[in-house]
Design a protein around this ligand. Structure first.
Ligand SMILES: [Zn+2]
Length: 94
């Protein structure tokens, strides 16, 4: 997932620069053209990434195969119920 990789890079940079406030992250929904930016605190992002199957999206954006796990005013966290990572669009469960 491109957005996810980009976000990991953003998080790394932010860590190097010792960001303490929120960092702009890309929405990881399954809409290919989505360019929505969500503001996430670095520690929150780390928390989200601790779970392999978690998807960070803008509020109300959908990720295929994922269910809503938690909501904040600025972003949603979804979790993919099957498989881990990258099954975005290509595969379809029977
Ligand atoms: Zn989106």
């Amino acid at each position: 997932m491109d957005a996810r990789k980009a976000n990991d890079r953003i998080a790394e940079k932010a860590e190097q620069l010792r960001f303490v406030s929120r960092v702009p992250m890309l929405c990881e929904c399954s809409e290919p053209g989505c360019r929505t930016v969500v503001m996430v605190a670095l520690n929150e992002y780390r928390e989200i990434r601790r779970t392999e199957d978690s998807v960070l999206t803008a509020p109300g954006h959908d990720a295929e195969g994922a269910v809503l796990e938690s909501q904040t005013p600025t972003y949603d966290v979804r979790r993919v119920s099957r498989s881990r990572g990258g099954a975005n669009g290509g595969r379809r469960s029977a």
